[in-house]
Ligand binder design. Sequence first.
Ligand SMILES: [Zn+2]
Length: 266
Amino acid sequence: MAKYKIHPLEVARLGAPLGVLSMGGDMQTFIVAPVLIFYIEGGGKKIVMDAGIEAPGEQGVVHGFPVVGGGGEEGVRAALKSVGTTPEEIDYLVLSHLHFDHCAEAPLFKNARVIVQKKEWETAFHPVPTARQFYESSLFRNLEAMDLVLVEGEYEVTQGVSTLFLPGHSQGLQGLAVDTAVGTAVLTGDLCYSYYNLDPTRTELTDLAGTTVAVVPRPDLPFLPPAIFVNLVDWYDSMWKVVARASSRDLIIPGHDPSIVGKVFG
Ligand SMILES: [Zn+2]
């Protein structure tokens, strides 16, 4: 039975207010957070979760977020080169959801089977009003020309790697459960942006620029949601599902946490 290693790879850096990272956070304090793709190796098949963000234009802004490094095709190619591969060599591209910072460079993965939850696909074209700003149909409409597979709920991508349906942040978000040598790891996508969402007893957070900022601990809550969500009841249910599935909390991997850049899980 194959055991996989998971490489979180930075493809861009963006400025995000603490008030987006978590409900009730300060909207004036910005941290530098990574846009990540995740390379999963082992078992003879090459798997990537997520496909990056557009290159920033003249203003250095993508969908209202300042992109302070990387982005575009360059960002994805450089990230995969660091682990000795290319987008063309990837067998499976799993898109956690279709927000602008997760699907933009999908067409680079020309030879991949692309896996999206059916619910995410359907709702991406008609999101709830507060989520409209995160969906740009020109970024995902072209997936139809690829080997796109729409799945419902848990789906085995390959032996030891399965999608998990984790709605809450978006209506059809999926994570990935991955068998590693140290147990089952769960990639949460943006269900969790950072470890602070998973562990609200934390008091500070260090960003990619090396700046440490104070965050308000919330020991009264089991988990603290990001400020971007479509359904909080679903969100909490999905969080408990992740905790139940992962072999330990150390093997829960958030979607934008600065501290996981350069780490290898498994
Ligand atoms: Zn994101």
